[in-house]
Design a protein around this ligand. Structure first.
Ligand SMILES: Cc1ncc(COP(=O)(O)O)c(C=O)c1O
Length: 373
């Protein structure tokens, strides 16, 4: 076949999602499956969101409201913003795609950390940008000083996942202030706050809503704490100039009607969000205790997942496959270039019990073979 795509597209690898429940059920003939692989909300969607989405099914012969008036108004009220400062998309990743399309040109530089959220890395590479990935500090945090030192005339975007996936670490207020002192006005900072709701209680977490930088775009999502990843809805905030230009490249009817309605319902259901955050807090503490009790030191996480190092790629795969046999899906991190690490999303109490039952069966042998970490 004649070469029809630029080199930078040919070199890309397709994004690998967490293993779907149905796939594992088919492969192993299992009925009890706990998916702890994609940082989703284990409680499911809020009942408000379900009601809004169900009612909206009757209107799906119509195009959705392009201005997404209802959802944008709810976001404006919550965050005291103007509609011209908000963009919606098919997940926050959809908006990352618009950012790359609108602002990035081939060979322009993007600075970020090593091993960070793959979705963004693929999008930046897909427009031919040059990625500069700065090594992390030994405690897995972003090395903000080293990132700032890499900024040059060619730096178009600095991408920060705060908190970060897959490590669960975060940049503090002080680190953010330091970085912003070194970011020139020709550089756009993407603050990807997909896990904001889980981290907001940290006293030194820099909630981007309390800053007003002209060159920062905040991204948040309904996929994680709000529990509707299946319908794809995310939102971004930024200066009118940035948001206005993003709207020029955005597909007009994204997000779709069901996503808009689901997000609206989810946003209004504060009790569901509260239950989600409480469950996450208690089950995450239980997981950390369990791991430490077995000699495994997890990375300190302010998110809805916990990541830890194993002895090797082989050990990570062994653990992953071993848990699959019991119907528990976790995430090995080879694609993040952390092949000797695995990530476990926090599930319901029942799902976590399932994990511990499986762990109890396989961990003694695993630790004998590979050591803890
Ligand atoms: C850091 C980070 N940003 C963005 C996303 C994508 O979220 P969405 O479903 O809103 O596209 C994810 C999903 O895992 C993520 O971990």
């Amino acid at each position: 076949m004649k070469k029809l795509v630029p080199d930078y597209i040919e070199k890309l690898e397709v994004y690998q999602a967490g293993k779907p429940i149905d796939e594992l059920a088919r492969e192993k003939g299992l009925t009890r499956i706990s998916k702890l692989a994609s940082n989703e909300n284990p409680l499911g969607p809020s009942p408000f969101a379900i009601r809004e989405m169900t009612n909206a099914l009757w209107d799906t012969h119509r195009y959705p409201d392009m201005a997404a008036h209802e959802l944008k108004s709810a976001l404006c009220e919550l965050y005291r913003l103007k509609p011209q400062n908000i963009i919606l998309g098919n997940g926050s990743e959809g908006i990352m795609g618009y950012i790359c399309r609108a602002f990035l040109q081939p060979d322009e530089e993007v600075i970020t950390s090593e091993n960070t959220f793959i979705g963004f890395l693929i999008l930046a590479k897909s427009v031919g940008a040059k990625l500069i990935q700065v090594p992390r500090l030994p405690d897995y945090k972003y090395d903000v000083k080293a990132m700032a030192a890499k900024i040059s005339d060619k730096t178009k975007i600095v991408y920060l996942a705060n908190p970060d996936n897959p490590t669960g670490t975060y940049i503090t207020k002080e680190e953010f202030d330091y970085l912003m002192k070194h970011v020139p006005s020709h550089t756009i900072v993407i603050l990807d706050e997909a896990y904001f709701e889980f981290a907001q209680d940290q006293w030194d977490y820099p909630d981007s809503m309390t800053y007003r930088y002209d060159n920062v775009i905040t991204l948040r999502t309904f996929s994680k704490a709000y529990g509707i990843s299946g319908v794809r809805c995310g939102y971004g905030f930024g200066h009118e100039y940035l948001i206005g230009n993003l709207h020029k490249v955005k597909l007009p009817f994204e997000p779709g009607l069901i996503a808009q309605k689901g997000a609206f319902g989810a946003l209004k259901d504060y009790p569901h969000l509260k239950r989600t955050l409480e469950l996450n807090k208690s089950e995450k503490a239980r997981l950390v205790d369990y791991l430490i009790h077995h000699g495994i030191n997890p990375i300190s996480s302010v998110t809805n997942f916990v990541t830890f190092k194993t002895a090797s790629e082989e050990a990570s795969n062994d653990l992953y496959q071993g848990l699959l046999n019991f119907g528990v899906i976790i995430r090995p991190l080879r694609a993040n270039l952390m092949p000797d690490h695995v990530r476990i999303s926090i599930g319901t109490t029942e799902e976590m019990n399932h994990l511990y039952e499986a762990f109890d069966q396989i961990l003694p042998e695993f630790i004998k073979k590979f050591g803890a970490n």
